[in-house]
Design a protein around this ligand. Structure first.
Ligand SMILES: [Zn+2]
Length: 207
């Protein structure tokens, strides 16, 4: 049985790090899934998103302002998601299926009322500049398993993740993993992320 793993990137788009991440994914022929922050979708960054889409990457919703949604009134949370969708949909031509709550912060009310498939994932603390390249790689490889969703960040200052990405792809492939988008991961695992059962459910690994 082939082992599958999905590399996902949060907190873009930006014009500094996101294009470098895309360069590496392109060079290695590896797909990625990107969770976008609505307020960062601007005239300047839209070409970067168009490139993600052209490369076959998945696009997901990561809120509008990257706040702590578990502390917001539900109406505000829904409004954030809607505003981000209004920017994503003209680019992708479809409603997003996947939502990653910022900081993995969510509550019962969100699971009930937010009509998305919730994605968390295996983190390697790559938002923290004090975490070295070696520590990030070690964390990713020690957690990796079939069906895993790996959480990375194309944050505007994240040169360290750019510097390790090619090596991570090679190490995962050497361990027998095939890199897939979230859409393909769910499809191959026989889970329909649009189904009522998957909406409002949280996935770190798709078993
Ligand atoms: Zn984030």
């Amino acid at each position: 049985m082939e082992k599958l793993i999905a590399l996902t990137f949060d907190d873009g788009p930006n014009v500094k790090i996101t294009p470098q991440v895309l360069d590496i994914l392109e060079e290695y022929g590896a797909p990625g899934s990107f969770f976008l922050v609505g307020e960062q979708i601007t005239e300047e960054t839209i070409p970067v998103i168009r490139r993600e889409i052209a490369m076959g990457c998945d696009i997901g919703n990561h809120s509008y302002t990257h706040g702590h949604m578990n502390e917001m009134p539900i109406g505000e949370t829904l409004d954030e998601l809607r505003r981000t969708e209004e920017k994503i949909k003209p680019l992708t031509g479809k409603d997003s299926i996947f939502f990653r709550p910022p900081f993995f912060d969510y509550n019962e009310e969100m699971l009930e009322k937010v009509d998305f498939c919730f994605i968390t994932g295996q983190a390697c603390e790559d938002w923290d500049e004090s975490v070295t390249k070696e520590q990030r790689i070690e964390k990713i490889m020690s957690q990796a398993c079939d069906g895993a969703i790996v959480l990375l960040h194309d944050l505007h200052y994240n040169d360290i993740t750019v510097s390790m990405l090619g090596e991570v792809i090679t190490l995962l492939r050497n361990d027998g993993y095939r890199l897939v988008t979230l859409t393909e991961l769910f499809e191959k695992k026989g889970v329909d992320p649009k189904s009522a059962a998957a909406r409002g459910k949280v996935y770190e690994v798709v078993a």
